[in-house]
Design a protein around this ligand. Structure first.
Ligand SMILES: *Cc1c(COP(=O)(O)O)cnc(C)c1O
Length: 382
């Protein structure tokens, strides 16, 4: 036996961007250099190339690169004319940006509950939220449906309710780009879909970025105008009040390289999620995919009563975890005065106390995953 000192175990990353960087190697540097050399930093040729590549990837007719996932949502609401007096329904269990944009558009968010096993919008609660909105003297006009943790919501159940009530659907696909639902790829679901290229998302850039997807050409043209100060024939012809919400050329160049390996990364993510599922089932509530859905596993989120003790035990074992989200939005100071569907959103409240996201990325190897799984077993026994 070798007489060397025991070495500290390899540190575990929650999301290992360095591993992806090592894989991409010189390609990212070359892509960045090309932009630095051609100097077209705003809406340069890589932005259009990325928009075409994303359209090809998901089948959407029109794709617009934008500044981030939050602006993408706001552009969508503004393009559809959402305004004061309108109610927009959304899940209470989501990231704050989903609610924020509704208020920025001048409309009122109405919080809806989610389902306990998919974490996505509960169709019955959507129905009840529409009634609540009307009872509050608001016009329900749209629902922002979030594909939480990378899995599309149950659109076949949600769309008829939206249609019967005259609502259009904005799919907040910030976490789910790359996933599919019953033959439809994310980006083609909803009147408008949006995504985020925040570095920690499954397809992330090296800064802020996002995209808007639409099949309707007129709507896409309005969003294109809105992202450049409401431009008409050019940016010094202003036909509407717009924003500065463009995607940087540099980020588009980086994303083109990352998109090239994205399908392989999605296969790796699926394999890792399967392995977590097999080994953790029965110990904690593991995520379940709804019939006909795939996930890009933006997060691998388990549910357990002893969440805080488990998180502390994992931390002591050197394993990073995260809580998405520790407080449902209707309990946030900024949103506490807005309406909540019907009899409340009990599932969102329970989940915020019981969810825990484990390290998840395409470069998580089996040895490290086994350390995580063993530490969960130990943590639950304590
Ligand atoms: C990340 C995220 C956003 C916002 O995206 P940014 O690019 O950070 O602005 C919106 N909605 C959801 C559900 C998200 O996860």
């Amino acid at each position: 036996m070798k007489a060397h000192a025991t070495t500290a175990p390899q540190p575990i990353e929650f999301i290992d961007l360095a591993a992806q960087r090592r894989r991409l190697g010189g390609r990212i540097d070359a892509a960045i250099n090309a932009v630095i050399n051609h100097n077209r930093f705003i809406l340069g040729p890589e932005v259009q190339r990325l928009e075409r590549a994303l359209a090809e990837f998901c089948g959407a007719k029109h794709v617009l690169g934008v500044s981030n996932g939050t602006d993408a949502l706001l552009l969508a609401l503004r393009a559809k004319g959402v305004t004061a007096g309108d109610a927009v329904l959304l899940p209470a269990f989501t990231f704050t940006a989903t609610a924020e944009v509704i208020c920025l558009a001048g409309a009122t968010p109405v919080f809806v509950d989610v389902l306990p096993d998919s974490f996505n919008m509960d169709p019955q609660s959507l129905k009840s939220g529409i009634v609540t909105a009307r009872a509050n003297g608001l016009r329900p006009v749209a629902a922002i449906v979030v594909d939480l943790f990378g899995q599309p919501a149950d659109y076949d159940a949600l769309e008829p309710i939206a249609r019967e009530n005259g609502l259009w659907i904005l799919a907040d696909a910030a976490q789910s780009f790359g996933a599919a639902y019953r033959g439809r790829k994310v980006g083609r679901i909803g009147t408008i879909a949006t995504t985020s290229f925040f570095p920690a998302k499954p397809l992330g850039c090296y800064g802020d970025g996002g995209a808007v997807f639409a099949d309707d050409a007129e709507l896409a043209a309005v969003i294109d105008s809105l992202r450049v100060h409401g431009k008409g024939t050019d940016k010094y012809d202003n036909v509407r009040i717009g924003m500065n919400a463009r995607l940087d050329t540099l980020q588009a160049a980086i994303l083109l390289e990352k998109l090239a390996i994205f399908p392989e990364e999605l296969i790796a993510r699926e394999r890792i999620a399967q392995r977590y599922g097999e080994r953790l089932a029965g110990l904690v509530q593991v995520p379940r995919l709804i019939d006909g859905a795939t996930s890009v596993w933006a997060q691998y989120t388990v549910v357990t009563r002893g969440r805080d003790a488990l998180a502390a035990s994992l931390k002591a074992a050197g394993i990073p975890t995260a809580i998405y989200y520790p407080r449902p939005l209707h309990r946030q100071t900024a949103y506490a005065h807005f309406p909540v569907a019907g009899n409340g959103v009990p599932v969102s409240e329970r989940l915020s106390a019981e969810v825990l996201s484990l390290p998840m990325h395409a470069y998580l190897d089996e040895a490290i995953q086994d350390r995580i799984i063993d530490a969960v077993r130990v943590g639950l026994r304590a």
